[in-house]
Design a protein around this ligand. Structure first.
Ligand code: HEM
Length: 496
C-alpha cells in the first residue's frame, strides 16, 4: 500500500514538474558529457561534446565534407564530433579503423538507408551476413567480369559521344556534368540488369530517378546521425504503409520486371554471353539459397543503382572541372592522350598506360572523393589501438575522406589540384592511403565498374573533342547527401 502511494506520488510529482525535470535531465546529461564522459578530454566544438545535433545540422546544410576539413584544421587530427564519436584525419588512423580483421564494425548509421527489410552489401551491418552476400557478389563485381560487359558499356559510350557531337555541331552550351550523370546511370543499367534506362538518349533524369535517390539519401544522411529516430520517421508503420501504396520509382519497377521475366523463363541471362550482375546473383542464389536468398538477389542488384551512379558521376565531374580549370594541365593531358595511338573504344589496359591521366584521376579523387559524409565504425568491444593509441570499446570512430586526403602525407599544397604529386617518391605510400573507395572489409565493391567506365570514357572524350568551361573560375554546385552530388559543369565543345 505504502509502495503504491509512493509510486503515484512520484508520478504526480513528475507530471506537475515535467518541464523543469526535462531541463534538469538535459542539463545534467550535457554536464556529464562535457566534463565527465570518457571522451571529454578530446578537442572539438562545445556543441559537439553535448549533442549530435551539430552533425545533423551539418548534413542538412549539405557541406559536411567542408565542415570536417575545417574542424580538423581548427582542432587537430582527432576531433570529438559528437558525445560518443571521434573523427580522425590521419591516413594511418583511417587505415587502422578500416583495415579488415581489426574488428571495427559498421554503426546504426547504415541501418537508416533503405530498404528496411532487405539490407544490401552497403547497408547490412551484421558482419556474417555481409560476408555471405559479398561472397556471391565479388565474382560479378570482379574486373574480369566487368570487362566481359564491355560491348554493352561501349554502346553507352558511343551514345554519349554522339550526344556530345550534337553539341559540338550546334550552338548550344553543353551540360557535360548532366550528361556524365546520365551516362553513369545507363552504364549501371547495362551492368546490373542488361537494361538501357535511356538517360543519355533522352538527356533527362528518367522517372525523376536521380532526384529521388538524392532526396532519399539526403534524408538517410541526416537521420543517419541520429539513427534511433528512424523508428518514428520513415520506418514508422504509417509512413511504411504510405510507401507501400505509392508505386516504386521507375527503375525499381524495371528491376523487378527484369527479375520476374527471368524467373518466368527460368534463364539467368538475357543472352548466354551477357553475364550481368543480376544473372550472376541469381546463379549464386540457385547454388545455395540458404546463404543467399531471393531477397538478397534483389537488394544487391538494386543497391548497385543507388551506390554506383551518383558516385561515379561525381568523380568524373570533379575530374573535368579540375582539368578544364587549368590550361597547362589540360594541354598536357590532351597531348598524352592524343599522342598515345589509342584504339577507338580505349581499352582498360591502354588507359593504364597513360601516366598523366592516371595522376589527374588520382588527384581528382584525392581532392574531391565522391563520398562527402564520414564513414563511422564502432571500436570493437574489448577496445582497439588506432595510430598506436588505445581506445575503449563501443565508441564511434569516423573517417571523412575529404579531411584525411588533406594530410601532409600527400605532400605540399594539399588544398590544390596538383597531379605532379603522383610522380613523387612518396607516391606509393600515398596510393596506399587513398580512401575515396573506403577501405578494408568494406572497400567499395563497385570500384572496378566505376574505374572501368571512367578509364574508358574520359580518354575517349578528350580524343574526340576539345572542351572549354563556360564559366571559368566558377566552382561546381555541390550538395553532400551521402555522395557529393554536383551540377553546373557547363562547357563549350568542339570536334577535333
Ligand atoms: C567512383 C565511384 C565510387 C566511389 C567513389 C565509391 C565509394 C565508396 C565508398 C567510400 C564506400 C565505403 C562506404 C562505407 O564504408 O561506408 C563504398 C562502398 C560500396 N560501394 Fe562504392 N563507390 C563508387 C562506385 C560504386 C559502384 C559503381 C558501385 C556498384 C555498382 C558501388 C557499390 C558499393 C557497395 C555495394 C558498397 C558497400 C561495400 C561494403 O560495405 O562491403 N560503388 N563505395
Amino acid at each position: 500500500m505504502a509502495e503504491s502511494t509512493l509510486v503515484s506520488d512520484l508520478l504526480l510529482f513528475v507530471k506537475s514538474n515535467f518541464l523543469p525535470l526535462l531541463v534538469l535531465f538535459f542539463t545534467t546529461r550535457a554536464i556529464y558529457r562535457r566534463y565527465f564522459h570518457p571522451l571529454a578530454k578530446y578537442p572539438g566544438p562545445f556543441i559537439c561534446s553535448v549533442t549530435r545535433l551539430w552533425k545533423v545540422w551539418s548534413v542538412y546544410q549539405g557541406h559536411t565534407e567542408l565542415d570536417f576539413i575545417d574542424l580538423h584544421r581548427r582542432y587537430g587530427k582527432i576531433v570529438r564530433v559528437a558525445p560518443n564519436e571521434l573523427s580522425f584525419s590521419s591516413p594511418t588512423a583511417a587505415h587502422d579503423i578500416l583495415a579488415p580483421g581489426n574488428g571495427f564494425t559498421k554503426t546504426e548509421f547504415y541501418r537508416v538507408f533503405p530498404p528496411k527489410h532487405a539490407p544490401d552489401i552497403f547497408t547490412e551491418i551484421r558482419e556474417w551476413k555481409h560476408s555471405a552476400m559479398k561472397r556471391v557478389a565479388v565474382v560479378p563485381y570482379s574486373l574480369a567480369s566487368v570487362q566481359k560487359m564491355s560491348p554493352w558499356i561501349e554502346e553507352v559510350q558511343r551514345e554519349l559521344i554522339g550526344k556530345i557531337g550534337e553539341y559540338a555541331d550546334g550552338e548550344k552550351v553543353c551540360n557535360l556534368g548532366d550528361l556524365l550523370h546520365f551516362f553513369a546511370f545507363d552504364v549501371i543499367g547495362e551492368f546490373a540488369f542488361s537494361q538501357r534506362y535511356g538517360f543519355v538518349a533522352q538527356e533527362k533524369d528518367v522517372g525523376g530517378t536521380i532526384k529521388f535517390i538524392d532526396d532519399v539519401q539526403w534524408y538517410d544522411g541526416i537521420i543517419g546521425q541520429i539513427p534511433e529516430f528512424r523508428h518514428v520517421l520513415r520506418e514508422s508503420p504509417i509512413v511504411q504503409y504510405l510507401i507501400s501504396i505509392l508505386s516504386p520509382p521507375q527503375i525499381t519497377q524495371m528491376a523487378l520486371a527484369e527479375i520476374a521475366k527471368r524467373k518466368k523463363t527460368g534463364g539467368f541471362f538475357l543472352e548466354p554471353e551477357r553475364k550481368d550482375l543480376l544473372g550472376q546473383l541469381m546463379q549464386g542464389q540457385a547454388k545455395d539459397s540458404s546463404k543467399f536468398s531471393e531477397m538478397d538477389v534483389f537488394s544487391v542488384a538494386h543497391g548497385a543503382i543507388g551506390a554506383g551512379a551518383d558516385s561515379t558521376a561525381s568523380t568524373m565531374q570533379s575530374f573535368f572541372h579540375f582539368v578544364l580549370s587549368n590550361r597547362e594541365i589540360y594541354d598536357k593531358l590532351c597531348k598524352e592522350i592524343r599522342e598515345a595511338d589509342l584504339s577507338p573504344n580505349v581499352s582498360w589496359a591502354e588507359a593504364q598506360d597513360l601516366p598523366y591521366f592516371q595522376a589527374c584521376l588520382l588527384e581528382a579523387m584525392r581532392m574531391r572523393p565522391a563520398v562527402g559524409l564520414s564513414i563511422p565504425r564502432y571500436v570493437p568491444k574489448g577496445g582497439a589501438k588506432i595510430d598506436g593509441k588505445y581506445y575503449r570499446g563501443g565508441i564511434v570512430v569516423s573517417v571523412n575522406g575529404w579531411a584525411v586526403h588533406r594530410d601532409a602525407l600527400y605532400g605540399d599544397s594539399v588544398h590544390e589540384f596538383h597531379p605532379e604529386r603522383w610522380f613523387s617518391e612518396t607516391a606509393k605510400e600515398m596510393k596506399k592511403h587513398m580512401y575515396q573507395f573506403g577501405g578494408g572489409g568494406h572497400l567499395c565493391i563497385g570500384r572496378n565498374v566505376a574505374l572501368f567506365e571512367i578509364n574508358k570514357i574520359i580518354p575517349q572524350l578528350l580524343m574526340n573533342f576539345d572542351f572549354e568551361l563556360v564559366h571559368p573560375g566558377r566552382p561546381l554546385k555541390s550538395h553532400s547527401t551521402f555522395f557529393v552530388v554536383q551540377s553546373g559543369l557547363e562547357v563549350f565543345v568542339r570536334r577535333r
